[in-house]
Design a binder for this molecule. Structure first.
Ligand SMILES: [Zn+2]
Length: 266
């Protein structure tokens, strides 16, 4: 009997945790991507149906080109390390929403959205790659799934073992997906944690470099972003992210490795 309990606890931990690629951080993972991704895709379709999407012109072409370039570099990186199965079922897509909001966000499984309002700040394709790398990092590090798992664990008030065993009616809703993605402007949305943002900054820097974008441009981008927030409420994209000073010192810490990737990619 004792032995059975012990092995089910062990199995639970094997199922409930996964490891973030590249950083090696262990994360809570109560539900598989096979469950998360279809719901994410449904929500993304809804976003597309209820917002004005830019379909022609050089801006949306740049968003798609930059996204695809970083995606391919990431896929190659994963392939070389035998990690390709971690990207199974992903359906990458990059959209530009016609709205004057300084923001961008990502949903599980490869869905990335930019608002036209962030383009004057990103300025050019390399600036865009800073944000794109960050959003793609949220995706491949499964931050949305981790957020959903944390929500499930908190909302049910049950022991994690009970959730893993499927007891207590813990269920996934479309709202949780949106909340976990940090999309929309409704109040009460879950934000990514500081840990997630720091990790997305680090991985994003590596990813843009792997795709051949100069990672040093990330510093100027964050300078422009911070200048925007002087004397007024900070843009959403900033308010949910670490402070400028913290961000720059972290970027500098991660820059040597990013430059290694960049020099190899050039
Ligand atoms: Zn973020």
């Amino acid at each position: 009997m004792k032995r059975t309990i012990f092995s089910s606890i062990l199995i639970f931990f094997l199922v409930a945790c996964s490891t973030v690629p590249l950083t090696g951080r262990r994360q809570l993972s109560l539900i598989p991507n096979s469950q998360v991704l279809p719901m994410s895709y449904d929500q993304f379709t809804e976003v597309k149906n209820t917002n004005k999407i830019v379909t022609t012109g050089s801006d949306v072409a740049m968003v798609k080109r930059c996204g695809t370039k970083i995606q391919r570099a990431v896929e190659q990186y994963f392939k070389e390390r035998n990690l390709s199965d971690q990207l199974n079922g992903f359906e990458w897509e990059y959209i530009l929403i016609d709205e004057n909001t300084v923001n961008a966000w990502a949903m599980p499984g490869g869905k990335v959205a930019f608002y036209t309002g962030i383009l004057p700040v990103t300025k050019d394709e390399t600036g865009l790659a800073v944000v794109m790398g960050h959003e793609i990092a949220h995706i491949v590090a499964n931050h949305g799934r981790e957020r959903i798992s944390q929500t499930l664990a908190a909302q049910t008030g049950l022991s994690l073992a009970a959730i893993a065993a499927g007891q207590g009616g813990a269920s996934l809703t479309g709202d949780m997906i949106l909340q976990a993605a940090g999309a929309g402007t409704n109040i009460g949305l879950l934000k990514f944690s500081r840990t997630h943002e720091k990790e997305a900054d680090q991985l994003g820097l590596y990813f843009m470099a792997l795709a051949g974008y100069n990672p040093q441009e990330a510093v100027s981008f964050w300078e422009r972003m911070t200048a925007l927030s002087q004397g007024q409420a900070p843009p959403e994209f900033l308010s949910t992210h670490p402070s400028y000073g913290t961000r720059i010192s972290e970027l500098k810490k991660n820059m040597p490795k990013a430059l290694e990737y960049y020099n190899k990619a050039k």
